[in-house]
Design a protein around this ligand. Structure first.
Ligand code: SAM
Length: 254
């Protein structure tokens, strides 16, 4: 097994700096244009407020601020009923944080992290590989490119599946329930799953009871929903629907 290094892992941030630059630049451009057309001042204010809001969120997510990212990921693994024997997949692994946490928590497991690593975040396979090496689990975690909408694995390839705050980000599938179905496809019968996403956001997933009924109709042995949005460590300002205000965990046994 590889030895833990003195270097620190870098799990980056759910709010990319690009978002801040775009909002900040928009604010400056519209402020300039407002000298010609006063109505542009409204857009300048909206962009400025968005920039300030996302800067606050970025600070709260970071380890220098509220350190919310590992806390939110921990909600997903809390009560996760898996014996840690065999193979697990982390769908939309980002910078590898959850995959690596799984590998540390389950010392006999092999973990595969999958992500399409598009341009919206500072994440990449290299970032994931580097973090896994630093954390001393590089020999049991593999990262590969792939999309959550069509996972590059056969049916029943994994003993466990997890995914954190990814499904709502997948652009090429409008019905996000299909992403849950695709995630479950690669889990063995009797395998464990835990997915955290904006499941309480009705515009994205519809009613939670309907969602649970749909999942049961796919032949899943057991599924339950846990509302994690009211976790006390989440600041009130981050409880907007598109941030952490509608998060919940779907977990069970296939
Ligand atoms: C908010 S981040 C969460 C990352 C990670 N799960 C975590 O907890 O830190 C959303 C992730 O979804 C990934 N993603 C978006 N669309 C995807 C797709 N079609 N297939 C796989 N991953 C995707 C992004 O690249 C990003 O890493």
């Amino acid at each position: 097994m590889s030895q833990p290094s003195a270097m620190k892992p870098d799990y980056r941030n759910w709010v990319s700096p690009r978002l801040l630059y775009v909002a900040g630049a928009g604010s400056v451009v519209f402020a300039g244009l407002s000298f010609l057309v006063p109505w542009f001042a409204i857009l300048a204010v909206i962009c400025g407020a968005s920039c300030a809001y996302f800067a606050y969120a970025r600070y709260q997510f970071s380890s220098r601020g509220g350190d919310l990212q590992p806390k939110v990921q921990a909600l997903l693994l809390d009560g996760f009923e898996w014996d840690g024997e065999g193979k697990a997949i982390d769908i939309g692994c980002g910078s590898g944080a959850l995959s690596i946490t799984m590998a540390i928590k389950y010392p006999d497991a092999q973990v595969t992290g999958v992500d399409f690593w598009g341009g919206s975040w500072e994440y990449s396979k290299d970032v994931c590989d580097c973090n896994a090496e630093i954390e001393g689990v590089g020999d049991r975690v593999a990262f590969q490119q792939g999309t959550a909408s069509s996972l590059p694995f056969d049916d029943g390839s994994f003993d466990a599946a997890v995914s954190n705050l990814t499904f709502h980000e997948v652009r090429d599938v409008k019905d996000k329930r299909l992403l849950i179905k695709e995630a479950l496809r690669v889990v063995k019968k009797g395998g464990a799953f835990a997915f955290q996403d904006l499941f309480l956001w009705k515009q994205v997933y519809g009613d939670v009871d309907d969602l649970l009924a749909a999942i049961r109709s796919w032949g899943v042995e057991r599924v339950e929903f846990i509302d994690t949005s009211s976790s006390p460590f989440i600041p009130r300002a981050l409880k907007l629907p598109f941030m952490l205000g509608t998060i919940g965990v779907l977990r069970g046994t296939k």
